[in-house]
Design a protein around this ligand. Sequence first.
Ligand code: GDP
Ligand code: MG
Length: 689
Amino acid sequence: MIADKKDNIAPKRENGQLKEELQIGFIGNPNSGKTTLFNAYTGARLKVANWPGVTVEKKQGAFKYHKHIYKLVDLPGIYSLTSYSIEEKVSRQYILSDDVDVIVDVADASNLEKNLYLALQLIEIGKPLVLALNMMDVVEERGMEIDTHRLHEMLAIPVIPVSARKKTGLDILMHAVSHSTDMDLKHKRIMVYSDPIEDKIEKLVQRLVAYDPAIYNPRFFAIKLLEQDKEIMETYPIDVSDIVDRSYETDIINEKYDFIEEIVEETLINKQEKEIFTDKVDSVLTHRIWGLPIFFAIMGLVFFLTFALGNGITGILEQWLEGLGSWTETVLKDLRVGPVITSLLVDGIIAGVGTIVTFLPNITILFLALAFLEDSGYMARISYVMNGLMSKVGLSGKAFIPMLLGFGCTVPAIMATRTLENQRDRIKTILITPFMSCSAKIPIYILLSGLFFGKFAPLAALSMYVIGLVTGLLTAYLVNKIEKGMDKKKDKGRGQELNQLLIELPEYKTPNAHSIFIYVWENVKAYLTKAGTTIFLASVVLWFILRFGTGGFVEDMSQSFGASIGRILVPVLGPAGLGFWQIGLSLIAGLAAKEVVVSSMGILFGIANVESALGLSAMQQSLAAIGFGALNAYSMMIFVLFYTPCVAALAVIGQELKSIKWTALVFAFQLVFAWLASILVYQIVGLFI
Ligand code: GDP
Ligand code: MG
């Protein structure tokens, strides 16, 4: 139920005199000093009840001012006039109702920017309104000054500096209130939006007036319709789908903030230096147009450092480990140690440690970069800049970081989900990040598309990236839909998202070396202790599966348990066109690391150098001989795209989800998804060939 639609703001006069009783509503952000101000006027004379139908406190009090009875109502603290929370609903209903004669917006003047957002919305309602600039004592103490005359000029409402605590300005405030009863803001255009928005508002105003000629302030309701406010849409059930093609809520919020910036610029004198600096930086970094490209550039740099630099260091470490491996091998040979122990040490343990080490430079550099973003204050802005885009698929703005890093390597990408505060967001992001093709899959795409797709090879490889990305976003979207369906209170999540936009952003500061060190060390330690041990164990298990068979230790992988599993998998992988034991075994070996798929195929098909032109044509002949063609190759690429990236990725997923059950479920999800997707591709495309 929304307020009466009739014009109700005519001044209440009796016999030419102002009404004896005036009802005044105190509204403002939480902690702006409403209650303190209320108490300053009414003392102990207050009544506490609940607002009709809800358990939100309703405080009312009265006092005499120049022979008149003034009734005060202390409204719940709110940031905006949407209908997402009970507090907002209660306050809005009361303000729109006939009961209130004058609204007093109690604003924390020491935090003008944040508090003016509500003021702009109240002005749009068009009722008698007075801005009480509270906490002026704080403003003075900080050496700040506010040009109240200019503020009054820009907002067209009385602006009265007060201090509820020091009890200054109280009389002037009431004086302004008593003279505001016949104020009419409806026909003043205080806040003008951009042309496309104003255009829509005007069209909506016409519709609203046609629907209800007696409508009070159609502009306010037009703006609310543009924001797709549920309550207002129910109050005015007119078809405006041709005008309101989407919710313009974020646009309207942003434009209001642009205007607030202008106001603050002109009225706030002697801002604190830090704030000035932050505002300057933010006017660039969170700029409506430049914010995104700058963000992408920063993320590009993070990506470059994490992978280009990280992989360089990894390369050196790998050479080291290789040296250690061959040195161990010769030493063991000299000591006449048997091949089993040698293989365990070299191919099992040293290679297992190698796998852990492989990711270490990436992870260290990534967390160094994230620590910089976090500690400087930029991380909080990422949500702000990216929320608009990412929320379309139900992801938070920061989910962009793991998704982007996923194209490099899933392991640091999954670890980057730590920057997400919300648990649900984290799980969703962890679920879809592996769909971003990691760089280790490139050799497989290149080999298979090169072998079978001729001049279309680049297109075939590129399609993997597109399919992975689209599937990931689609999955997030669907999971979000299901989640919302389960939540029932559909608007709650949305309200939170928007409230996030209204949250104050922290000030920028120079990152602190100590907190950066702690941040990096904590995360690297977590990787080494939790994921590292799992990676190590899994590597040894894989070594065992690939090096042992029913006859004990085997040099030849085709005699191993892995090969037996590969043979068992033949009927399972058959419908996907992958029913060959060599392929099954290569895919199992690929769990160690995706690069291994290509080398395993080389070994299993007896080809010495897969990368050389000679090796390639030999591979093609071998594959053709077993009836493996272009469609099979594409199906295999799809399978590789979707199934578990590697044991290290799985270990990190386990570490982040902190649940064996959930990790097992994710593992099963990846396998089944890859299996079904490759079957789908093989069968459907097969129909047309
Ligand atoms: P409400 O949430 O809007 O009702 O805010 P309160 O009236 O509860 O005030 C929040 C805090 O601000 C309390 O600690 C008050 O003492 C303090 N406060 C309120 N008005 C003033 C003021 O004018 N000056 C100063 N320094 N503090 C104030
Ligand atoms: Mg209060």
